[in-house]
Structures are given as C-alpha cells and as structure tokens.
Ligand binder design. Structure first.
Ligand SMILES: [Zn+2]
Ligand SMILES: [Zn+2]
Length: 135
C-alpha cells in the first residue's frame, strides 16, 4: 500500500501526526465542523484505507467542513464529488500534487482522488520503487 504525506495548501504545514497512528502509520490530522461543533478527524495515511478516527458523533452520509489544525483555514475547493455531489476537500501532497477527499462521511468511492492519477502514481512508483519491487 502507498502511504501519502499531505500538508495544508494554505500554510504548508504537515497534516501528518507521528504520535497517533492508524493502520500502523502516522495519521492525517484534520479539524472538521459538523452540527455546529468542531472536532478532530484522523484519517489513515494509507492510500485505499478508509479507517478513520472521528471525535464528533457524525453519522454516515453527513457532510462536514474541513479546517487546517495549524492555521485554521477552511480546506475547500471547486470540485464536487461525482458520486454524491458533496464538496471535495483538497489536500496537498508533500511530494507535489493534490489529493481530493469527499466531505461526506461514508462516501468511500471518492474519499481519495488524484487530480492527475497517472503522473501522481508514477511519482509514487518512482519514490517507492524499492518497496514495490520487494513485493
Ligand atoms: Zn494551514
Ligand atoms: Zn462523495
């Protein structure tokens, strides 16, 4: 599995949290707002894993707003989810490129989306070529 490293598109600080791990890897730490409350949301940094740790009692199917835990800027973009029409949340890769996640809880199909799948994956394959060869 590919591990993604993402950062804030506004302040450039990393979202990766080495302290709290999900799937045995650093989690992606974000703040979300739902139902008038703010809380911490952690995502797995493994591409294709949908394990999360959510502080808010947010049911499946609800849409949250996302904020940077460092600069508090709202993470929002122009795209909407092809699957459910909820806004997509853009996160920047440390290596370059953007990953889009759907803001609707439980919308797995578009939770992570590369803007340019081919070139991003090529970059990953180059970076992790040893890892892939060993499998
Ligand atoms: Zn920020
Ligand atoms: Zn969606």
């Amino acid at each position: 599995m590919i591990q993604v490293n993402v950062k804030c598109p506004h302040c450039g600080k990393s979202f990766m949290d080495e302290e709290i791990k999900i799937d045995g890897h650093p989690s992606v730490k974000l703040n979300i707002q739902w139902g008038g409350e703010r809380g911490r949301l952690r995502l797995s940094s493994l591409y294709g894993s949908f394990n999360i740790d959510c502080q808010l009692p947010m049911p499946q199917g609800e849409v949250a707003r996302f904020f940077c835990p460092h600069c508090n800027a709202e993470l929002s973009g122009q795209r909407t989810c092809e699957q459910c029409n909820a806004p997509m949340i853009p996160l920047k890769f440390v290596e370059g490129g953007i990953v889009q996640i759907c803001s609707r809880r439980g919308c797995k199909k578009h939770l992570i989306e590369f803007e340019d799948l081919k070139s991003e994956l090529r970059a990953f394959y180059n970076k992790y070529s040893l890892f892939f060869k060993s499998r």
